[in-house]
Ligand binder design. Structure first.
Ligand code: MCN
Ligand code: CUN
Length: 788
C-alpha cells in the first residue's frame, strides 16, 4: 500500500506498444497539415503565391499569413509579454520559421504541395551572434515593433549591487571567468503534434495536442482564437517526453485549428525531427561573466554576474511573469554568500525562439552551472582542493530556513552530510591518489590517459507558486485536484498536471493510496483532458509533486475526514472516538469494532442516516497554492578518463546523492535521476545547437545534434539523504529536473580537472578538449565552419 518501489502502472501499455500518442489519434474524415518553413534566417517576404499548391488535386486549403491576418490570427501572444508570428507576413526572422500551412488529404500530398508554394524572399543580413545584438549597426530583428531601435528585450537585476561591490573591494582575492552555456535542445523522443477538430454545428473545438499544460493551452486558444473556453477541449493523451519542449504554443497547432475551421474536417499536424530541432523551444544560450570574491583560504564573500541572454527572434520563454530571467538569481547556489548581484540582459537574434525548456527549472540550470564552475575556478586559482572549498562554504543545517542574498528562502537540507556521503561513495581521497600517479606516469612516459574528478553541489528551486509571486500570463501558479471515491471504495484522482514520462499514474495513485489506506491499483489517475480535470498550470519546473501532489494529498485528507463522519454514523459513536489505522477507522479501545474504507464508501452512498448538514458521498477537491518553492539538493562526483592526444573523454563513474525530501516511489525517483544524469553528460560533452554565419541551423538531425546513449553513460552510483520539506504535506520535494541541473558542472569540472585547464566551454567534444590541452579552446557558440 502507498509509498514504495511499485512498478509503473503505465508501463503495462507502454511496454506492449499500446500507448496512445497524438499521432495515434485518427478521427473520421481527418486531413493532414504540413508547414512551409523559411530557408533564410532573415529575409523580407516580397510575395507568397499559393495558387499552384491550391490546385493540387489533394490539397484542401493553403493557409498563409494573409489568410490568418484576415482573421486577426497572424500574431499570437507569447508567455512573456511578446507577440510571435503564427505565419510570417512581413519578414522571416529565423531559419525554419513558419511561412505557410497546407491542408491535404494525406500527409504525403501535404508535404509535396509545400514545394508548389512560391515565396519570393529578399535576404537580409542576419544577427547570429548575441554579443553583437546591441551594436549600433546590428541588424534590427524586430523592426515591426513600434518605436523599437535596438534588440534589447529586457534588462533585469537582482541582489544588492552596492553591498556586492563593497564585498569585492574588501576581498583578498577575486576570480572571474567568462562562461557560455550553449544553446541546446530538449529533443523529446516524440516530436510535437496536434489533431484539431472544429464542430461547425456546436462551435466546439477539440484539440488533441502534445502539451505539458492542457489548461494553459486552453486559455491561450481562447484568447488567441476568440473561442470561449467552455467550447474548447484540450486532450493530451500519452506524451513521449516533454522536457519543457511541450509547454508553449507552436504555430503548427494554431494552423491546424484554422485548417479545421476552413475545411470543416479534423486536421492532424505532426512535425518531423528536423522541424522539432530547428523551430521549437531551445534551451540556455546564456553568455555569462561570473566574478567571485573570497578570502585567501577560499571563503566566498561575494558573487557578481553579468548575463547576455539570447532569446532568439521572439521572446517565447515560459517563465513566471515577474522573472524575465527565470530563477537565475538563485546563483549563490548551495553556499553561504553574504553579497550577490546579477544583471541579465535579454536580446533578440535571428534564431528560433524559446529559451527555457530542457529540464531547466526556470534557469536554475544556468545558475547552478555558473556557480559550480566558479567555485572550481576559485579553487584552481587559490591552489585549493575543490572539495575543501565547498566544505568551507556550504550552508550548514542550522542555517535553514535560509534566505539567500537574492531573497529566496531555502526550506531545508543537510548539505555537509550530502557532500560527505557522495565523496565517501566515490572514494575521493583514493581517486586523488590515483590521479597523481597517472599524472606522474603521463609526465614520465608521455603515454596513457589522464583522469579527473569533478564535483558539483546543486540547490534546486521547484514547485512554482505561490500564485501571488508567480503567474504565467496573468494566471496564478496554483493547481487543483479532485478526488472521487466510488461506492465500492475505488477512487479516481483528477489532476491539472500532465505526465510526459514521469510516471504520474503510479506515484499520484500511491500518494492517495497512502492517505486512504487503499491499494494504488484502486486509484485511477486522470490527467491531460480539460473536460475531465480541474484548472491548473500543468507540469514543468518539477512542480507536479510539490503542487499537484500536495493538492492530491490534501484532497485525500478531506476524504478521510468525511469518511470519519460516515464511519461514526455507521458505528454509532462520536467521530472523536474513532482511531484511523491504514484503510480503516476503529473505535478507541475496541479494535474489532471498525469499518474499512470500502465499507465506509458504500455507507456514504447508502440510506444511512448522516448528521444534519452532512451531504454524503466522500468526494473532495483541493486547490493548492504553495507557500514557497521546495529546495531539493544534491552532491555529484564524476570521474573521467581523458586521452590528451585525441581529446576523447570517457565517463568512468558517476556518483549522485540526491535529497528530494520524502520519496514517494524511490524507483521512479532513481529513474528521473538516471535520465537527468544522461542529459548532463550529453550537454557537457556533445549537445550543441550551432549556427553558421548566415544563421543556418547546423544541428537539425540526430546525425548533427548528438544525444548521449547508454554507450556514453556509466553505471550510475546513487545515494540519498532525506530532509523533508517542512511546508509540503508529505515532505516531498520535486526531483524531475534535479540531475539535469546539477550534473553538467560535475562532468565539465572533471574533464578540466583531468587536463588541468582553468576553463573551456561546453560541449567538451574531443576537438574542444584537444584544443584546450593545446591551450586554445574553441568558441562553441559560433559556426562549426569558423572553428579552425
Ligand atoms: N517523485 C517521487 N518522490 C519525490 C519527488 C518526485 O516519487 N520526492 C516522483 C513524482 O511523483 C513523479 C516523478 O518523481 O512521478 C517526477 O516528479 P516531479 O519532481 O514532481 O516532476 P514532474 O512530475 O513535475 O515532472 C516534470 C519534470 C520536468 S519539468 C522535466 S523538464 C522533465 C522531468 O520532469 N521531463 C521529463 N522528467 C522527465 N522524465 C521523463 N521520462 N520525461 C520527461 O519529459
Ligand atoms: Cu524547464 S523544462 Mo521542465 O520545466 O518542463
Amino acid at each position: 500500500m502507498g509509498h514504495g518501489r511499485m512498478l509503473r502502472k503505465e508501463d503495462a501499455r507502454f511496454v506492449r506498444g499500446r500507448g496512445c500518442f497524438v499521432d495515434d489519434v485518427t478521427l473520421p474524415g481527418m486531413l493532414h497539415g504540413a508547414v512551409l518553413r523559411s530557408p533564410y534566417a532573415h529575409a523580407r517576404i516580397l510575395s507568397v503565391d499559393p495558387s499552384a499548391a491550391e490546385s493540387h488535386p489533394k490539397v484542401r486549403a493553403v493557409i498563409t499569413g494573409d489568410v490568418l491576418a484576415e482573421r486577426g490570427l497572424a500574431w499570437m501572444p507569447t508567455l512573456s509579454h511578446d507577440v510571435a508570428a503564427v505565419l510570417a507576413t512581413d519578414k522571416v526572422r529565423y531559419q525554419g520559421q513558419e511561412v505557410a500551412f497546407v491542408v491535404a488529404e494525406d500527409r504525403y500530398a501535404a508535404r509535396d504541395a509545400l514545394a508548389l508554394i512560391d515565396v519570393e524572399y529578399e535576404p537580409l543580413p542576419p544577427l547570429v551572434d548575441a554579443r553583437r545584438a546591441l551594436d549600433p549597426d546590428a541588424p534590427l530583428v524586430r523592426d515591426e515593433l513600434d518605436g523599437r531601435t535596438d534588440n534589447r528585450i529586457f534588462d533585469w537585476e537582482s541582489g544588492d549591487a552596492a553591498a556586492t561591490d563593497a564585498a569585492f573591494a574588501a576581498a583578498a582575492h577575486v576570480s572571474s571567468c567568462d562562461l557560455l552555456y550553449p544553446r541546446v535542445h530538449p529533443a523529446p523522443l516524440e516530436t510535437c503534434g496536434t489533431v484539431a477538430s472544429v464542430d461547425r454545428v456546436t462551435g466546439r473545438l477539440t484539440v488533441h495536442a502534445t502539451t505539458q499544460a492542457p489548461h494553459a493551452h486552453r486559455v491561450l486558444y481562447a484568447t488567441v482564437a476568440g473561442i470561449p473556453e467552455h467550447k474548447i477541449r484540450i486532450v493530451a493523451p500519452d506524451i513521449g517526453g516533454g522536457f519543457g519542449n511541450k509547454v508553449g504554443m507552436y504555430p503548427g497547432y494554431l494552423c491546424a485549428v484554422v485548417g479545421s475551421m476552413l475545411t470543416g474536417a479534423p486536421v492532424k499536424w505532426t512535425e518531423d525531427r528536423s522541424e522539432n530541432l530547428m523551430s521549437t523551444s531551445f534551451a540556455r544560450d546564456y553568455h555569462m561573466r561570473g566574478e567571485i570574491a573570497a578570502t585567501a583560504d577560499g571563503r566566498i564573500l561575494g558573487l557578481r554576474v553579468r548575463v547576455l541572454a539570447d532569446h532568439g527572434a521572439f521572446n517565447g520563454t515560459a517563465q513566471p511573469s515577474k522573472f524575465p530571467a527565470g530563477f537565475f538569481h538563485i546563483f549563490t547556489g548551495s553556499y553561504d554568500v553574504p553579497a550577490a548581484h546579477c544583471r541579465v540582459t535579454g536580446v533578440y537574434t535571428n534564431k528560433a525562439p524559446g529559451g527555457v525548456a530542457y529540464a531547466c527549472s526556470f534557469r536554475v540550470t544556468e545558475a547552478s552551472y555558473l556557480v559550480e564552475r566558479l567555485v572550481d575556478v576559485l579553487a584552481h586559482d587559490l591552489g585549493l582542493d575543490p572539495a575543501d572549498v565547498r566544505r568551507r562554504n556550504l550552508l550548514r543545517p542550522e542555517q535553514f530556513p535560509y534566505r539567500c542574498a537574492t531573497g529566496w528562502e531555502y526550506d531545508s537540507g543537510d548539505y555537509p552530510r550530502t557532500l560527505e556521503l557522495a565523496l565517501e561513495m566515490a572514494g575521493y581521497d583514493q581517486l586523488r591518489c590515483e590521479q597523481a600517479a597517472r599524472r606522474r606516469e603521463h609526465a614520465e612516459t608521455g603515454r596513457g590517459t589522464l583522469m579527473g574528478v569533478g564535483i558539483s553541489f546543486f540547490t534546486e528551486a521547484v514547485g512554482a507558486g505561490p500564485r501571488k509571486q508567480m503567474d504565467i500570463a496573468g494566471y496564478g501558479m496554483a493547481d487543483g485536484a479532485e478526488l472521487r471515491v466510488h461506492p465500492t471504495g475505488t477512487a479516481e484522482l483528477r489532476l491539472s498536471c500532465m505526465s510526459q514520462g514521469q510516471g504520474h499514474e503510479t506515484t499520484f495513485a500511491q500518494m492517495v493510496a497512502e492517505e486512504l489506506g487503499i491499494s494504488p491499483h484502486d486509484v485511477e489517475v486522470v490527467q491531460g483532458d480539460t473536460d475531465r480535470t480541474p484548472f491548473g498550470l500543468g507540469t514543468y519546473g518539477s512542480r507536479s509533486t510539490p503542487v499537484s501532489g500536495a493538492a492530491a494529498v490534501l484532497a485525500a485528507r478531506k476524504v478521510r475526514e468525511r469518511a470519519r463522519i460516515v464511519a461514526a454514523a455507521l458505528l454509532e459513536v462520536s467521530g472523536d472516538d474513532l482511531v484511523w489505522e491504514k484503510g480503516r477507522f476503529h473505535v478507541r479501545g475496541d479494535r474489532e469494532a471498525g469499518a474499512s474504507m470500502r465499507e465506509i464508501a458504500l455507507a456514504a452512498h447508502s440510506d444511512l442516516e448522516l448528521p444534519d448538514g452532512v451531504e454524503g458521498h466522500l468526494d473532495a477537491t483541493c486547490v493548492y497554492n504553495p507557500p514557497n518553492l521546495t529546495f531539493p539538493c544534491g552532491a555529484y562526483v564524476c570521474v573521467v578518463d581523458v586521452d590528451p592526444g585525441t581529446g576523447q573523454v570517457v565517463v568512468r563513474r558517476f556518483v549522485a546523492v540526491d535529497d528530494c525530501g520524502v520519496r514517494i516511489n524511490p524507483m521512479i525517483v532513481e529513474g528521473q535521476v538516471h535520465g537527468g544524469l544522461a542529459d548532463g553528460i550529453g550537454m557537457a560533452l556533445m549537445e550543441l545547437v550551432a549556427f553558421d554565419r548566415d544563421g543556418n541551423h547546423l544541428g537539425a538531425s540526430f546525425m548533427d545534434y548528438l544525444l548521449p546513449t547508454a554507450v556514453e553513460c556509466p553505471s550510475w552510483e546513487l545515494g540519498e539523504t532525506v530532509t523533508p520539506s517542512p511546508h509540503h504535506p508529505i515532505g516531498a520535494k520535486g526531483v524531475g529536473e534535479c540531475a539535469t541541473v546539477g550534473s553538467p558542472a560535475a562532468v565539465v569540472n572533471a574533464v578540466l580537472d583531468a587536463i588541468g585547464v582553468r576553463h573551456a566551454d561546453m560541449p567538451l567534444t574531443p576537438a574542444q578538449v584537444w584544443r584546450a590541452v593545446q591551450g586554445s579552446p574553441l568558441r562553441t557558440d559560433l559556426a562549426i565552419g569558423e572553428r579552425s
